[in-house]
Design a binder for this molecule. Structure first.
Ligand code: ZN
Length: 384
């Protein structure tokens, strides 16, 4: 199968190329450029000047369309979520679990394994992201404190046997946190500090062991204080921390987003949605999350009790539009934070995250005004 995409406005890390032609063969990008030799193609697609960007990689999302990764009673959950993510221009994702009982985590892993085995009809799964249960009980946010436990690599490996875990969000200051960093790396898992009450001094031993990822930067971590700069301060002080950011302008105000892009190296920022089951649904939708009641009101998903933000309803394509408007940075720079940075950290930086020769043909086509998703290709196959 040989496909040619013509009249593309290619936006890829460091590249902004109009009137480009992209040739796709056997699921990979064969060439990108403004000139294309006259060859025979099975299919020619004219995208009429629309943006053609690397398919997004969301490394932190819990659900969509009424489904959650942790739903034990809905075997179709992962497929439904993958379908919704594809509609956002997402070609790969990390189904993200909540702080819940072990049996619920095991059942989530089984569902992920089943989706992969069935051939991943929509967006592809890179691996599981365990958000908790090894978090700081005083920084739960919308995670249920009832299920919090101490860092335990054995539990992670048990889940990983069913379907590989790629990322674990945990609080490094908890007992065994430092050792947990080492054990994650030994098993090819990226550890991430999140839902944490660590001081900078408590974080540093983990950093020395290689800890480089911060879960939803600024949310549910120690705030910046001038006598103890906390984890928010760590994110600004230490360049090579990979900071997840939720770009819905609610979890981080537009000013904070501007500050992050002004002060942090763009190659260490990763956009996430942290989307909940209420994403892709209408206002007024009420649901339970890890046993806690949540209501979607005015586009914000908050706990009924206490009012903590529970996660977002953000779509990846909207997040990119928000970033463009808020920061004013060129898209060829911003586009790093929607997939390539994630791909590099997950060891896939030579395959995913760029519109470039040799890369997997995971591509999203966006309307330049609205950033609405017009087409999505996964492994070179048009799925939207
Ligand atoms: Zn989350």
């Amino acid at each position: 199968m040989k496909t040619k995409i013509i009249n593309a406005h290619v936006i890829s890390p460091g590249v902004d190329m109009k009137k480009a032609t992209i040739v796709i063969q056997n699921g990979k990008i064969k060439s990108v450029g403004t000139e294309c030799k006259d060859e025979k193609f099975d299919e020619i697609i004219d995208v009429r000047g629309k943006y053609v960007v690397p398919g997004f990689i969301d490394v932190h999302l819990h659900g969509a369309c009424g489904y959650d990764v942790c739903d034990e009673d809905k075997p179709e959950a992962i497929e439904k979520i993958a379908e919704a993510k594809l509609a956002e221009g997402c070609t790969s994702f990390l189904p993200t679990t909540l702080t819940v009982a072990n049996k619920t985590l095991m059942s989530a892993a089984k569902k992920v394994a089943a989706y992969k085995k069935a051939g991943e009809k929509f967006a592809k799964v890179i691996g599981i992201h365990l958000e908790g249960p090894f978090i700081n009980p005083s920084c739960c946010g919308a995670q249920n404190p009832e299920f919090v436990r101490k860092p335990d690599i054995k539990e992670v490996l048990k889940i990983s046997k069913v379907s590989p875990v790629k990322l674990v969000s945990f609080a490094v200051e908890e007992k065994g946190g430092e050792k947990f960093v080492e054990e994650c790396f030994k098993n090819g898992i990226v550890p991430s500090c999140g839902h944490t009450g660590a001081t900078l001094a408590q974080f540093m031993p983990g950093y020395e062991k290689g800890l480089r990822h911060l879960t939803h930067f600024c949310n549910q971590m120690t705030k910046l204080h001038h006598r103890e700069i906390g984890m928010v301060g760590a994110g600004f002080l230490i360049d090579d921390l990979n900071t997840e950011i939720i770009c819905d302008k609610i979890h981080l105000s537009p000013d904070m987003l501007r500050l992050i892009f002004k002060k942090r190296p763009i190659e260490h920022i990763q956009m996430i949605t942290d989307s909940l089951r209420c994403s892709h649904l209408e206002d007024g939708y009420a649901f339970e999350m890890g046993g806690l009641k949540v209501l979607l009101k005015g586009g914000e998903a908050r706990l009924v009790e206490g009012g903590a933000l529970a996660g977002s309803t953000l779509w990846m394509n909207q997040g990119l539009k928000n970033l463009r408007e808020v920061t004013g940075l060129p898209l060829k720079d911003l586009i790093r934070v929607t997939s390539w940075n994630q791909a590099i950290e997950l060891g896939l930086g030579k395959q995913l995250g760029k519109i470039e020769k040799g890369f997997t043909a995971d591509i999203a086509v966006l309307d330049p005004k609205t950033f609405n998703v017009c087409a999505v290709f996964v492994n070179g196959e048009q799925r939207i």
